[in-house]
Design a protein around this ligand. Structure first.
Ligand code: B12
Length: 301
């Protein structure tokens, strides 16, 4: 059944499975008002995913029930794959939860998007990046303090950490990837998103974090021989030196048989891309997801 905002309503039975409890419990909670529900014209109870997520948070479900939620999240998310998160996640609501540090609510919004069939790439490229872009614009205009920007980033990191625990990762595909951001770039969310995205498709990931010099990335690449290295750049400083050191890294990576993906605003300009040749210049996580899937199909033992 569809609701006005394009979302789906769940039956009592589906809700019970999602929460890992009996249908009778769901009906009792609905009747007592502790779990928000709606009634169809025929008198049947229906539940919104976001209300279920809030209920789950408030009732602090334990390990076994959480495991049931994990399984349900995996099963449900494959059902549909809408193009944008806008009709499911209110940008305004997400922005407010981030700048005020409300991790649980941010998690509910992401879980809701996931339940509506959005994959991680779509959530990162859509709701997450847009909300953070708004944070950046308001900070630039002096309407948001540095502290609020910091709170927003920490809130996203905590939320991603929680989301990571909820999403069941598939069996490892035997492939190793390394991710990081370039030297003097302290933006860590794109690196974290890269790690989560690859892990969600079975890769093992070494996350070197932000501010990683190319010589250091070269060393780790030589030591670990990953199949894939993903480098993010939000800000790119000291360009000539970066080009020189990147070339050394990229040459060494190719000698090692490692594929190199670069992404982020720092690498988006075409003249910059020419100076940082790579196997993929990614504009989005959706592109990385598709690239990684093709790669896995070709290289998995
Ligand atoms: C949070 C933030 C910070 C935090 C970072 C904290 C942390 N621990 O991560 C702090 C406070 C440290 C910070 C510092 C600075 N920041 Co800042 N920051 C931001 C902000 C608000 C969010 C960035 C973010 O995490 N976005 C979430 C990610 C997921 O989305 P995204 O970056 O848009 O990336 C998308 C794509 O590019 C792509 N992508 C990105 N990387 C990769 C990698 C791969 C492999 C793939 C596949 C895809 C991919 O996928 C994403 C989704 O589609 C942005 C605003 C904005 N417009 O982005 C400003 C912003 C990036 N910062 C900016 C600036 C100016 C700075 C400072 C120079 C400010 C200062 N004067 O000190 C410093 C620079 C510090 C440094 N040397 O790195 C400017 C950059 C302007 C420019 N073009 O140069 C922005 C745009 C703000 C603005 N409106 O002016 N910042």
């Amino acid at each position: 059944m569809n609701v006005g905002n394009g979302g789906r309503l769940l039956t009592s039975k589906q809700t019970a499975r999602l929460l890992g409890v009996s249908e009778a419990s769901v009906k009792r909670w609905a009747d007592s008002g502790s779990l928000v529900s709606e009634k169809t014209a025929g008198g049947h109870r229906r539940f919104r995913p976001e209300d279920i997520a809030l209920f789950q948070r408030d009732s602090k479900l334990g390990g076994e029930r959480r495991a049931a939620v994990v399984v349900q999240l995996r099963e449900r998310r494959t059902a549909v794959s809408p193009a944008t998160t806008e009709n499911v996640v209110s940008l305004e609501a997400l922005f407010e939860t981030l700048i005020t540090g409300r991790v649980e609510e941010a998690l509910s919004l992401f879980v809701n998007a996931y339940l509506h069939g959005h994959n991680l790439a779509s959530i990162f490229d859509g709701a997450l990046a847009k909300a953070m872009r708004r944070v950046g614009e308001l900070w630039y205009e002096g309407k948001l303090s540095i502290a609020q920007e910091h709170i927003a980033t920490r809130t996203v990191l905590s939320t991603l950490h929680r989301l990571r625990g909820l999403i069941e990762t598939p069996e490892e595909n035997g492939l190793l990837a390394i991710c990081c951001s370039v030297e003097a770039d302290f933006h860590e969310l794109p690196v974290q998103c890269t790690q989560m995205l690859l892990e969600s498709t079975g890769w093992r990931v070494l996350n070197l974090g932000p501010n990683t010099p190319f010589f250091s990335l070269s060393e780790v690449t030589m030591q670990n021989a990953p199949r894939l290295v993903c480098v993010s750049s939000t800000v790119l400083t000291n360009l000539d030196r970066a080009v020189r050191e990147y070339k050394e890294f990229n040459d060494a990576a190719h000698r090692r048989g490692t594929t190199v993906v670069v992404g982020g605003a720092g690498f988006s300009d075409n003249t910059i891309r020419e100076r940082f040749p790579a196997d993929l210049h990614a504009d989005s996580f959706q592109q990385l997801l598709e690239f990684a899937a093709t790669f896995t199909a070709q290289h998995q033992n």
